[in-house]
Unconditional design. Structure first.
Length: 104
């Protein structure tokens, strides 16, 4: 007899908000190819919207876009998805800067 497992619901936003971020305002560790996000190719920006686990890349219903490196989890997913296209720079934050994981 097989038991039916209950699905586990994880509140990702709650887990991410438990992390502490020391943001290096003088050195952005992620930079896109253009300051004006509307000039970036929609397909490439859409990749970033879909793959970023911290939801740093956003596209609203009206088509406007936003990006903020400050909540970065430093996973490198955006670098894998778009390095060489619209991602101009991705490097690890300076020592003592960036995310400090706090598990709950």
């Amino acid at each position: 007899m097989m038991r039916k497992l209950k699905p586990i619901t994880v509140n990702v936003e709650a887990l991410i908000s438990a992390n502490k971020y020391n943001v290096d305002e003088s050195n952005k560790h992620i930079e896109l190819a253009a300051e004006d996000l509307s000039t970036l190719p929609a397909e490439e920006f859409g990749k970033l919207v879909r793959v970023c686990p911290a939801a740093l890349y956003k596209e609203r219903d009206d088509g406007s876009r936003s990006f903020d490196y400050a909540g970065c989890l430093e996973c490198g997913t955006c670098r894998i998805a778009c390095e060489g296209t619209i991602l101009k720079k991705w490097e690890s934050p300076q020592p003592g800067m960036g995310v400090m994981y706090r598990f709950g």
